[in-house]
Design a protein around this ligand. Structure first.
Ligand SMILES: Cc1cc2nc3c(=O)[nH]c(=O)nc-3n(C[C@H](O)[C@H](O)[C@H](O)COP(=O)(O)O)c2cc1C
Length: 178
């Protein structure tokens, strides 16, 4: 099915992106998948180290491996899963206190992909509840690489409204006056 690409600015994508846990069986065109991955590639990273690696599961066997590592309550069925990884050895470490930035860098790439997918009419869901060791084994991911997040990717089988359940700015913004 040719769905076309909706014209959407970044703020629209931020407002309409929701976690999608139910997908149709419709395949994701490789050109769309590539656009999503490209959005991840273009993400900023500390000292531009780009420590990320994206492992993409598109075959039923690979998808099954990712699903098996998920420890959330409800099963998530999607035609594609993206496993966002980082190599801590490739990432910047802040000299003054040893703070490591690989998780932040990979998270930014993940959010870039999520927002790009939203513009392309594709659903995603940030998944943090997974068995990292088991998934690394199943996908033959080298020991030094860390898995930061997973997202399913596909066409939503559910319609969700805009983001609403967030704390108001008055609770979370703190203007410093001095
Ligand atoms: C770091 C992170 C980890 C998450 N892990 C999971 C998860 O393991 N399973 C899941 O179903 N949703 C997960 N979510 C999705 C959140 O539950 C969801 O973003 C939140 O409830 C707000 O809903 P919305 O994304 O539809 O706006 C995660 C989100 C984030 C940002």
């Amino acid at each position: 099915m040719n769905r076309g690409i909706r014209q959407m600015n970044v703020l629209d994508a931020i407002k309409t992106r929701r976690s999608i846990r139910k997908y149709t069986s419709e395949k994701v065109d490789p050109s769309l998948l590539e656009k999503v991955l490209e959005a991840g590639r273009l993400a900023p990273s500390a000292h531009n180290k780009q420590p990320w690696h994206f492992v993409v599961a598109t075959t039923p066997q690979a998808v099954e491996k990712v699903k098996n590592a998920y420890v959330g309550r409800t099963e998530i069925n999607a035609p594609v899963f993206i496993v966002v990884c980082a190599d801590p050895k490739e990432a910047w470490v802040r000299e003054v206190d040893g703070e490591e930035f690989w998780k932040i860098d990979a998270s930014i790439a993940m959010q870039n992909m999520i927002l790009a997918a939203t513009e392309l009419g594709l659903g995603t869901c940030w998944i943090g509840a997974f068995k990292e060791k088991a998934l690394k084994r199943a996908l033959k991911i080298p020991r030094r690489i860390r898995i930061v997040a997973i997202t399913p990717l596909g066409y939503p089988a559910v319609k969700k409204g805009e983001v609403v359940d967030r704390k108001p700015l008055s609770q979370i913004v703190h203007y410093e006056h001095w």
